[in-house]
Design a protein around this ligand. Structure first.
Ligand code: 5GP
Ligand code: ZN
Length: 125
């Protein structure tokens, strides 16, 4: 039997933990034992899907530092979601906003998968 570490438990008040728990509705496009993918509520591209671990980690550094196996599962899910959305041939962008300078709004690690049209250059201003 495997037990979740305290770091991997639900974080009270976390929006994405609420989606994982089914308390907050979302348009789910893929689910595995350890990951969930759902459409961004405010899409920035024709296809904009968020891919998260079900366990709560604040950002990609916390996830990779604590559970690199789960980090790998998250990346594999990203690739499967992109392929499932028809983005593999045309290409897509994967973004992990991390911390205030990146404008991270939800402190539950999430990959933005963006595609469906030419995305233009990455802009930093
Ligand atoms: P961040 O700025 O933290 O990298 O990205 C957070 C993302 O979550 C934003 O793109 C935002 O549109 C999305 N988002 C915020 N609230 C909700 C929600 O209730 N449901 C869904 N599906 N996406 C949300
Ligand atoms: Zn959370």
């Amino acid at each position: 039997m495997t037990e979740k570490s305290p770091a991997a438990s639900r974080s009270e008040g976390c929006l994405f933990c609420g989606i994982v728990a089914g308390d907050i509705p979302a348009t789910v496009v893929r689910e595995s034992e350890s990951t969930l993918a759902f459409r961004d509520i405010n899409p920035k591209a024709p296809q904009h899907i968020l891919v998260i671990p079900k366990a709560h980690y604040a950002d990609v550094a916390a996830l990779a530092g604590t559970d690199p196996v789960l980090a790998g599962e998250l990346l594999a899910a990203v690739a499967e979601v992109a392929a499932g959305a028809g983005l593999a041939d045309g290409g897509y962008r994967v973004i992990f906003n991390t911390g205030p300078n990146a404008g991270q709004e939800v402190a539950h690690v999430h990959a933005h998968v963006l595609g469906g049209a030419p995305l233009g250059p990455m802009v930093c201003r």
